[in-house]
Design a binder for this molecule. Structure first.
Ligand code: 5CA
Length: 396
């Protein structure tokens, strides 16, 4: 494969990235990128966006451990021992070279000489764009957090100590589409403008497309997202709608209907000792009102407004993990959206349950466990009620 990467050691990283579908990511810079601070100033980004590659060795079993941490962090070795399950010893330069095949200052996240145990800092996963070393002290590569997780198969961890207040099993839910019948709510609002099923299906598909496009841009309040997406979708479908009407629609969100099983299932889960989290792409006041109308008290709520980011970005989940001190594999995330929830939650190592709310079973895709309603979820978690400290014994 032709490549314009000049340094031989950076070229190896370019090839390793290309093999994983990430070609053209390596950038060679005239200024040094050997340290996180230098890399940040050479790229012109925040030091938090730099992926530091820190190598350790487990003291007893002598396995190499790679901690990919945010450039702004000092990794706490005593704390990391909790995840590595034994004390960690910092690597010396010779060990770094022999295990990774690269010199300090250029150790990349892929294309390493030996297999090692990879950890990824929570703080890197909250960002949109990150930069890692690319094999040479003048080379870096641009990645998304999802790409970093995929190519390293790293386990998300907090690399600096986090308090752990809640020692209970958690179930987290998406809200609109999963607890609330969002499609019906939305279509009722624009219902008087549409004629028949076909048009509704087309309008809803157009809405989803527009919403996704708006949410992937700079953060905007959900009210704005909804109104704008409705305007664009109705326009695309040739349905006349004034901006004034579109802008009033989000105010009705707290009154959109819940699915029939939502209230009883959530209340049963609470009775069985589960803590309930809600992770939602919405404004905080709309969320509060929705839960109030639903008659459900959530233990933790994370909204798009709070994290200034929309799912499928990782920020909702990372914020939740930091708030609760839970680890991803201890949490079951439930959603009717593969794209917004199941995929990112699985990538982070959460247990997942996909609810078939609209009968739209994705084919040929690993979506983890599938349930056909929240009552079914209840049946499956019943065995866990009581003394067991946590854990959903679900095959991943
Ligand atoms: N190119 C940049 C990121 S784009 C980079 O590689 N940064 S780094 O932080 O991952 O690599 C430098 C790190 O290597 C330092 O933070 C430090 O923890 C580690 N290091 C530096 N000197 C030594 C040494 N003598 N022995 C072991 N590790 C070292």
């Amino acid at each position: 494969m032709p490549t314009s990467v000049r340094h031989a050691s950076a070229r190896r990283v370019d090839v390793a990235l290309s093999e994983r579908g990430l070609s053209g990511r390596v950038r060679e810079l005239p200024d040094s990128t050997a340290t996180a601070a230098e890399a940040a100033s050479a790229i012109g980004c925040d030091v938090r966006q730099i992926v530091k590659s820190l190598l350790f060795r487990t003291r007893k079993s002598r396995h190499p451990v790679l901690v990919l941490s945010s450039g702004s962090h000092r990794v706490d070795e005593e704390w990391m021992r909790h995840f590595a399950e034994e004390p960690l010893v910092r690597a010396d330069p010779e060990y770094v070279r022999s295990v990774t095949g690269f010199a300090i200052g250029g150790v990349p996240p892929v294309g390493l000489a030996a297999p090692l145990i990879p950890f990824v800092d929570y703080d890197l996963l909250e960002l949109n764009e990150i930069w890692a070393a690319a094999g040479h002290p003048h080379a870096v590569c641009r990645l998304t957090p999802a790409e970093l997780l995929r190519i390293t198969r790293g386990r998300p961890v907090p690399v600096v100590p986090l308090s752990r207040p809640d020692e209970v099993p958690w179930i987290t839910f998406d809200c609109y589409g999963t607890l609330i019948d969002w499609r019906t709510g939305l279509l009722e609002q624009v219902g008087r403008l549409t004629r028949g099923r076909t048009q509704q299906d087309r309008l809803f598909a157009a809405y989803l497309r527009e919403e996704r496009a708006i949410e992937s841009g700079p953060y905007l309040p959900y009210r704005t997202v909804v109104a704008e997406a409705i305007l664009r979708a109705t326009q695309a479908e040739g349905i006349p709608l004034s901006r004034e009407v579109a802008e009033r629609i989000p105010e009705s969100i707290p009154h959109w209907p819940a699915f029939g099983d939502t209230r009883s299932a959530l209340n049963s889960l609470v009775k069985r000792g589960f803590h309930i989290g809600v992770l939602s792409n919405v404004d905080s006041d709309l969320m509060n009102e929705t839960l109030h109308n639903l008659g459900v008290k959530a233990d933790r709520v994370v909204t798009a407004e709070e994290v200034r980011s929309y799912k499928p970005m990782f920020k909702h989940w990372i914020h939740f993990l930091k708030l609760t001190g839970a680890q991803p594999e201890e949490v079951l995330h439930v959603s009717a959206s593969v794209e917004h929830d199941i995929e990112p939650a699985m990538a982070l190592g959460f247990r997942t349950a996909y609810v078939t709310r609209y009968g739209d079973l994705p084919s040929g895709q690993n979506v983890g466990r599938i349930v056909h309603g929240l009552t079914e979820l209840l049946d499956q978690t019943a065995a866990l009620a009581g003394k067991e400290p946590v854990t959903f014994r679900v095959d991943r």
